[in-house]
Design a protein around this ligand. Structure first.
Ligand code: KIV
Ligand code: ZN
Length: 523
């Protein structure tokens, strides 16, 4: 038996449990696959940042997911580790096995409760689902003391039936009751009222912590989560950068900073260290290859940038004129050092710290060498260049394939050609290919070396900074058999950045193929 998480509802009504599902609901969204090592890195970071519960994956989904959840359960020092399970015995047993070695392990089991899901997806009656809830929650509770039960599509479930389900789950031993807005349909008033009603109507509701889990289809995920707190919920399920199914989940950084900045109207405490939020965002963006939109609240590049003359004038007179929180409170330091080819290790380390990075020795050496290479090619090395360079390194540290060399002949007379060397599992391979333009030639060369049927769905280039010597950051999205993956690459040469991005996406595709094959073996 694993030790249960402290029940904040019992002792400290204003403590909000932060349940991070970046590695489960976040990883579930198209293109956000993470490797085993990347998952461990994210989990370690979340634990250090003070997240209460890390939902590490869906153990029955594949051997890879199972291995990741059990490795995270074994290594995480403070947080509880949860494994997701459908309301099926073999799922629950597998999740129990995966979190067995956690200091605090949780099984999170869910079943649909809305009429539309019961009729079309489950093809079960209300009474049949009640019986399933009773037996599966009890089964989970036999394996761990900490069991979360979720009513999938709770916000489209009639209240009377939802209350019967919650009552059944608590009687069977659930310690947390999650009422998700699975389809992102609710408004804040409705969502808050649902918690108030369910808690008032279910006789034993004080035996469990209630949890919010909101999707962002209408852009209301964070607002709904906060409304759920007002309705009595004390756990928020969220993801870094708001990644997740479709439009994503409630963004952890937004939830945390709303609690911190508006304590006057949101009198709740949480244990997350807000100065680590920017680093968390960068790490997740780098390992998932999902860029963070520039104007994203809290962690976007422009979140603390003031462009208009009036705003700049106000800021110079007093910071509070246009800033409701300081950049430092989310881990963005004031930057002062000028970086160039004469910069030494110490200054570079200091700059990384200011930008919110803490790298291990090997990663630091690698970043430093690549920074020196960049400084040789580029007159001014801006903070954004360093961020692109480090993110690139973090994202590709565990890749099986790597771009070693690329030479492209481009110009008005075609066909253009590319000579490419890739390192694949430690062996160098070189080919030459032609194409209709330099990008086509480069991608054809990659296809000659790595056979695949994936279709290129998106190819996007943007300059990291201003100037003709700026680094190009390229994003590509590939799709194969319904599997979508994204890749990113940065370089002062747009063609090299393109090749890196395409190869990064292929690396992700390999991982996905492997996962699918394992899942098929499991049946
Ligand atoms: O959105 C949802 O309903 C979920 C459940 C599995 C909790 O992610
Ligand atoms: Zn979800």
């Amino acid at each position: 038996m694993t030790e249960a998480i402290r029940n904040p509802a019992a002792s400290d009504a204003d403590r909000v449990v932060i349940f991070d599902t970046t590695l489960r609901d976040g990883e579930q969204c198209p293109g956000a696959t993470m490797t085993f090592e990347e998952k461990l890195e994210v989990a370690d970071f979340l634990d250090e940042m003070g997240v209460d519960i890390i939902e590490a994956g869906f153990p029955i989904a594949s051997n890879g997911d199972f291995e990741a959840v059990s490795a995270i359960a074994t290594r995480v020092k403070t947080a509880s580790v949860a494994g997701l399970a459908r309301a099926i015995d073999k799922d629950i047993d597998r999740a129990g096995e995966a979190v067995r070695h956690a200091q605090r392990g949780r099984i999170h089991t869910f079943v649909s409760t809305s009429p539309i899901h019961l009729a079309h997806q489950m093809k079960k009656s209300e009474d049949e689902v009640l019986a399933i809830i009773a037996s599966t929650v009890a089964r989970a509770r036999n394996l761990v003391d900490d069991v979360e039960w979720s009513a999938m599509d709770a916000t489209r479930t009639p209240l009377d039936y939802l209350c019967r389900c919650v009552d059944t789950a608590i009687k069977a031993g659930a310690t947390t009751i999650n009422l998700p807005d699975t389809v992102g349909y609710a408004t804040p008033e409705e969502y808050g009222a649902m918690f108030r009603e369910v808690r008032a109507r279910v006789a034993n509701s004080d035996k469990a912590i209630f949890s919010v889990h909101c999707h962002d289809d209408l852009g209301l995920a964070v607002a709904n989560s906060l409304a759920g707190l007002a309705g009595g919920a004390r756990q928020i399920e969220c993801t870094i950068n708001g990644i997740g199914e479709r439009a994503g989940n409630a963004a952890l950084e937004e939830v945390v900073m709303a609690l911190k900045t508006r304590r006057d109207v949101l009198p709740y405490e949480c244990g997350v260290t807000s100065t680590m939020l920017t680093r968390a965002s960068k790490l997740v963006s780098a390992v998932t290859n999902f860029p963070v939109q520039y104007n994203k609240a809290i962690v976007g590049r422009n979140a603390f940038a003031h462009e208009s003359g009036i705003h700049q004038d106000g800021m110079l007179k007093h910071q509070n004129t246009y800033e409701i929180m300081t950049p430092q409170s989310v881990g963005v330091g004031k930057t002062s050092l000028v970086m160039g080819k004469h910069t030494g290790r110490n200054a570079f380390r200091q700059k990384l710290k200011e930008l919110g990075y803490e790298l291990g020795e090997n990663a630091f050496e690698d970043a430093f060498n690549r920074f020196k290479g960049l400084a040789d090619r580029k007159k001014h090395v801006y903070d954004e260049d360093i961020e692109a360079l480090v993110d690139d390194g973090v994202a590709h540290a565990h890749d099986r394939m790597r771009v070693v060399e690329l030479q492209v002949i481009a110009g008005t007379f075609g066909p253009q050609s590319a000579t490419l060397t890739l390192d694949i599992d430690g062996m160098s391979h070189t080919v030459q290919a032609r194409g209709n333009g330099p990008v086509d030639a480069t991608f054809n060369a990659i296809k000659m070396l790595v056979a695949h049927e994936a279709k290129l769905q998106l190819y996007q280039v943007h300059a990291v900074t201003e100037g003709t010597d700026a680094q190009a950051e390229v994003s590509v999205r590939l799709e194969e058999d319904g599997r979508a993956v994204t890749g990113r690459g940065a370089d002062t040469d747009t063609m090299v950045a393109s090749a890196k991005a395409y190869v990064a996406a292929l690396n992700k595709l390999m991982v996905k193929r492997q996962k699918t094959a394992q899942a098929m073996q499991l049946g």
